[in-house]
Design a protein around this ligand. Structure first.
Ligand code: FE2
Ligand code: FE2
Length: 209
């Protein structure tokens, strides 16, 4: 008898998490290649701050649009991930403190030493978030799939992106497009329709992100 395999369900984290993984990993590579006594350090610090802001916006969307889906049926799961976001805020503060330490450094030796602290803190932040995103997908998705259809989950993500006004939504959209595989992109654009896809490309070109 032929074994039938059900197609994968809709992973409502997928696009955003792929975009964020790319942003975090690329920024981490930039940090470890930066000579903190050189002018490159300014751009590197700006890149780190940008990634922290994007992560905060992502956590805001999850706190307000995704975790409430768990509240009535799995409050302990919602509480666990809210706590994870709190831990993430503490790690963000540690990275910010490392950046401030670098910016107030006087002389090359201090710049080198504070640059090492930036790398250590940022690597910890990236490691936490890679693990955190995996846990969100592994623990929250199966629960949502028992309660909601794919169409309802797609609707929820669309609402989240429309209602919340993240400051870096054009950047995030660009990262989402650049970091999906070709099959995912084709399905996404097909679902949007040709006109919406064209509008999206025009918007991103105009934004220059
Ligand atoms: Fe999260
Ligand atoms: Fe997430």
């Amino acid at each position: 008898m032929m074994k039938t395999t059900a197609p994968p369900r809709f992973n409502l984290f997928n696009r955003a998490h792929k975009a964020i993984r790319a942003l975090l990993c690329n920024t981490l590579l930039q940090v470890q290649k930066t000579d903190f006594t050189s002018p490159d350090a300014t751009g590197c610090v700006a890149g780190i701050r940008l990634s922290l802001e994007v992560l905060q916006e992502h956590a805001y969307l999850e706190d307000h649009f995704i975790f409430p889906l768990l509240q009535s049926n799995a409050p302990s799961l919602a509480a666990f991930f809210e706590k994870q976001h709190h831990q993430d805020e503490l790690l963000t503060q540690d990275v910010e403190a490392a950046l401030t330490g670098f910016e107030s450094a006087s002389g090359e030796q201090e710049q080198l030493l504070t640059g090492i602290v930036i790398l250590e803190q940022y690597a910890g932040f990236v490691a936490f978030n890679l693990s955190h995103m995996n846990m969100e997908e592994q623990l929250i998705n199966p629960f949502l799939w028992t309660l909601y259809s794919d169409a309802e989950l797609v609707q929820r993500v669309t609402e989240a992106l429309q209602k919340a006004p993240p400051a870096h939504d054009d950047l995030l959209l660009r990262l989402m497009i650049e970091n999906q595989n070709s099959r995912e992109l084709a399905a996404w654009f097909a679902a949007m329709g040709p006109e919406a896809t064209e509008n999206l490309n025009a918007r991103l070109s105009a934004a220059g992100v």
